[in-house]
Design a protein around this ligand. Structure first.
Ligand code: PHE
Length: 450
């Protein structure tokens, strides 16, 4: 515990945690969920949950990590020996996410090369994306490239280099995203899209919206899977915990919001707000953004730059996913880092193949009526993460008591939103999570339909 390396000060922690948090979740996943669940309605629900629930859960996870100096499996166990299983459950989440994350990462690399070679107008065609993901070898190849790059970085231990590069890339990504959003907003029809994106329709709020927003919150902020516990364990005692968490959240949410601003108004500009496109899910960004780039001057260059920056954002997240899995295996199986990393790569290869081929050759196999990628996404975000989050709230709120977290936060400054934290972690969050889980289970068994 004493020889654990630590981040140098606050900026080190915030940047590392933000590197894990900001990724495809913000840029690819957030816009399609917002489009699907009523635009402004989803945005509002998401924002409310981010500042209450997301804030509280992130504080709890980071504090648990810093207090125990351990990563998830050991940390939960050391707080209460009956809760060792919670660490294991949390550890399963990245194992499910990483393979399909690499599939999407592959799509991004493919689009980077398409734009680099001047393919904007081809990529803007209506069936271009469907044609691509419906194939066999092409999606597999790009998936392998993304996975390979991540694996090589982790194997060679050069994460620090990537983090340095992405420190420059992130601000550029933000500027480019602002530029693209402004461009979209000047186009005909964009105002309807903007209204859809920012105006909540309270009548639309449903359990489904809340569940989707909550799953997205966990995913985007790397919560409910033990990752923030691990980051917390590397955090210095004198780094202000509350303000670090606030900064990560603001940054993460701002990028997601911007991504939505790039994509959703564009659906109205290029497809007249076609409900079928709004509901299209994982393909949305890959269908709409090429149309945006194709319509602008220097669209190939802007598109290539954009997808390159997204590759970096995705890599810092995939590295943190893979690192987590590798370190669990090193700890549990008592094998070296290299063999562990190779083992993980092979496992991810096999699992990822299902997601990769699920829109093409394996489309006939549809667990719960979903394509494999959507299925893994659903299992991790809508089932496992709510369970992990619920149990974390019970452990912190009722078994160990919120005081443990409060004391840990207060070793490095005042805890300004202490009251909010206590009410959230003890009552509001667990009750909400329980209701959501119950609804999911009843729905699964066909007792209710919502
Ligand atoms: N938070 C990352 C994103 O938004 C995804 C991720 C999840 C990364 C879990 C690491 C761990 O893309």
């Amino acid at each position: 515990m004493n020889n654990r390396s630590s981040f140098s000060g606050k900026l080190g922690f915030v940047l590392a945690a933000a590197g894990s948090a900001v990724g495809l979740g913000n840029i690819w996943r957030f816009p399609y969920l917002a489009a699907q669940y009523g635009g402004g309605t989803f945005l509002l629900v998401y924002l409310i949950m981010a500042v209450t629930f997301g804030f509280s859960l992130m504080i709890a996870e980071v504090a648990i990590g810093r207090k125990t100096g351990l990563s998830a499996i050991g940390a939960f166990k050391s707080l209460d020996s009956r809760f060792g299983f919670l660490g294991v459950l949390a550890a399963l989440v990245p194992i499910i996410i990483f393979p399909y994350y690499s599939v999407i990462g592959g799509w991004v690399i493919k689009y980077f090369f398409v734009f680099l070679s001047g393919g904007a107008s081809a990529a803007a065609g209506d069936d271009y994306f469907t044609g691509f993901v419906g194939g066999t070898f092409e999606p597999l190849g790009w998936f392998l490239i993304f996975l390979g790059v991540t694996a090589v970085i982790v194997l060679l231990g050069v994460e620090k280099g990537i983090e340095k590069v992405s420190k420059f890339m992130m601000p550029i990504l933000v500027l480019l995203a602002i530029g693209i959003s402004i461009y979209c907003l000047t186009l005909n029809g964009a105002m309807d899209g903007l209204a859809y994106y920012v105006k909540p329709q309270m009548a639309d709020v449903s359990v489904k919206t809340i569940l989707a927003a909550m799953g997205q919150l966990f995913y985007s902020m790397s919560l409910a899977m033990g990752i923030m516990v691990t980051y917390g364990s590397y955090m210095r005692k004198d780094t202000n915990l509350e303000s670090s968490v606030r900064q990560i959240e603001i940054f993460d949410t701002a990028i997601a919001f911007l991504a939505g601003l790039m994509v959703i108004p564009a659906v109205f500009v290029f497809s007249g707000g076609d409900p079928k496109i709004l509901q299209s899910g994982p393909s949305l960004m890959f269908v709409i953004l090429p149309k945006v780039f194709d319509s602008m001057q220097f669209g190939n260059a802007v598109g290539a730059a954009f997808f390159l920056l997204v590759i970096f954002a995705a890599l810092t997240s995939s590295i943190s996913l893979m690192e987590t899995i590798v370190s669990i295996i090193v700890d549990k199986a008592k094998i070296g880092r290299k063999p562990a990393a190779i083992l993980v790569t092979i496992g991810v290869l096999l699992l990822g193949m299902l997601s990769c081929l699920g829109y093409g050759p394996l489309a006939a196999i549809a667990p719960l009526g979903m394509a494999f990628l959507d299925f893994f996404d659903f299992i991790s975000n809508s089932i496992m993460m709510p369970i992990v989050a619920f149990l974390t709230c019970i452990l912190v709120g009722h078994i160990v008591g919120p005081k443990m977290v409060i004391d840990e936060v207060e070793t490095s400054g005042t805890f300004r939103r202490k009251k909010l934290f206590v009410v959230m972690v003890r009552w509001i969050a667990p009750v909400m999570l329980l209701m959501i889980l119950a609804t999911e289970i009843l729905k699964f068994f066909g007792v209710i339909t919502v």
